[in-house]
Design a protein around this ligand. Structure first.
Ligand code: UGA
Length: 436
């Protein structure tokens, strides 16, 4: 199979490298010349564990290459994946499809053989229909089938998620599309990953429904955590207690500072817009979006409380450990750390921070924060230490050293990575999420 991957960002690069690793012949295409130059030099544009080695071995094996020329890249391709960004459109929250449509037009204009065109970018219902129209309007004489194949990989675990998916969803309207996609995913099919064939519109909606449901699950447990704090219950046990019910499931029930990242915030908003456009309100998702937004700021106030309240907090110093929206990524998009840092800054608190990968991207988002070389440098003289992201490096801090380095032994654990009794036994004032 020859595969062209248009867009060498997160999804495109991971998917392209994994397809090559399955034995397909893959060309990753991107308009950004410097990104392609760096990829030729083995430099990844994103941080994803294992990606550099996967790219290197497949380039060496001659199965993976990079180009800026779409015409050259799609030549002889059986499947052309569109994996370009669909950011929230400024002002209205709709997914911005201009990149997807521009690629569709260019593909139609340069098609040199029959091919399946696959939208892998997260796109609202009906986008495949428009892609089909745009390609037809270019007057191409080649047979084209437009297919939807959403991606469910998580940043930081993207390669494992791609290679061992819970399911593969393919929305196709004809046999040509279904047959080529079956070939593309044959290696995974052999590994017994289930493939679900649906209509194209259904497949497009599955992606949004999945992300909105997961965002809802997280937001539900976060609200339960708040209630736990009020009634003196333990949210970790509530999660276990409900998660053991097979109908509920244990995953994505970890209470924290609110979800962030490049997907849940953007996709829940886009789903609301689709629902509005079709006059079919999704009130649960509306509530999830609102609750999650206010939660991030509330986390900043929780830290202020740990400092003794607004009056006492002014002029104090806080160390933030972890800035990215989750561990094993450098992604800062919609990270709760941004709202936490801003709330502290607004309260007149001095903020220092350390993150293993995220500081470069974090700096412009929180210019008032002093970025440090390691956790203990950030903790130096701090009146409170706050775990914002659960990087492994923060799971076994030397608490005795934290105590002597900080000004006060106050630990706010927004990810529940410590046991309250352990930390308190070492003389800390400890607060966490949904536990007293
Ligand atoms: C999410 C989905 O999990 C993927 O299936 C999907 O493919 C991807 O979006 C996408 O649409 O591209 P991702 O954004 O990489 O993946 O990260 P997650 O691991 O889902 O975490 C999202 C946020 O939820 C993080 O801020 C994380 O800290 C938070 N979270 C997650 C919780 O607060 N509690 C949990 O139990 C799980």
């Amino acid at each position: 199979m020859k595969i062209a991957m248009v867009g060498s960002g997160y999804v495109g690069l991971v998917s392209g490298a994994c397809f090559a690793d399955f034995g397909h012949d893959v060309v990753c295409i991107d308009k950004d010349q410097s990104k392609i130059d760096r990829l030729h030099d083995g430099i990844m544009p994103i941080y994803e564990p294992g990606l550099d080695a996967l790219v290197e071995s497949n380039v060496k094996a001659g199965r993976l290459s990079f180009t800026t020329s779409l015409a050259e890249g799609i030549k002889d391709a059986n499947a052309i994946f569109i994996a370009v960004g669909t950011p929230s459109r400024r002002g209205d929250g709709h997914a911005d499809l201009s990149f997807v449509y521009a690629v569709a037009k260019e593909v139609g204009e340069n098609l040199a053989n029959d091919a399946v065109v696959v939208t892998k970018s997260t796109v609202p219902v009906g986008t495949g229909d428009e892609v089909e129209r745009i390609i037809a309007d270019t007057g191409t004489s080649h047979k084209v089938s437009v297919v939807s194949n959403p991606e469910f990989l998580r940043e930081g675990a993207a390669i494992a998620d791609f290679k061992r998916p819970d399911r593969i969803v393919i929305g196709a309207e004809d046999d040509f599309g279904r047959e080529i996609m079956r070939e593309v995913y044959r290696p995974l099919f052999l590994n017994e990953s289930p493939i679900l064939f649906t209509s194209r519109r259904t497949s497009e909606l599955i992606k949004y429904a999945a992300n909105a449901f997961l965002a809802t699950k997280i937001t539900f447990i976060n609200e339960m955590a708040d209630l736990c704090e009020k009634v003196g219950a333990d949210v970790q046990d509530v999660s276990r207690g409900i998660g053991m019910d097979g109908r509920i499931g244990a995953k994505f029930l970890h209470a924290g500072p609110g979800y962030g990242g490049s997907c849940f915030p953007k996709d829940t908003l886009a789903l609301l817009k689709t629902a509005e456009d079709y006059d079919s309100p999704t009130r649960i998702v509306e509530a999830v979006v609102k609750v999650n937004e206010s939660r991030k700021r509330a986390m900043g106030r929780k830290v202020v409380d740990a400092l003794g309240g607004m009056e006492a907090a002014r002029g104090k110093k806080v160390a933030l450990l972890g800035l990215t929206f989750k561990p094993n990524t450098d992604d800062m998009r919609d990270s709760p750390a941004i709202a936490v840092a801003q709330t502290l800054h607004d309260a007149g608190v001095e903020v220092a921070a350390y993150d293993p990968e995220g500081m470069e991207l974090a700096k412009p988002l929180m210019p008032f924060v002093t970025m440090c070389g390691d956790p203990y440098e950030a903790i130096e003289g701090a009146d409170a230490t706050v775990i914002v992201t659960e990087w492994d490096a923060f799971r076994a801090l030397d608490l005795a050293k934290v105590k002597t380095t900080a000004k006060a032994p106050v630990l706010v654990d927004l990810r529940n990575i410590y046991l309250p009794e352990d930390v308190r036994a070492q003389g800390f004032e400890y607060s966490s999420i949904g536990r007293v």
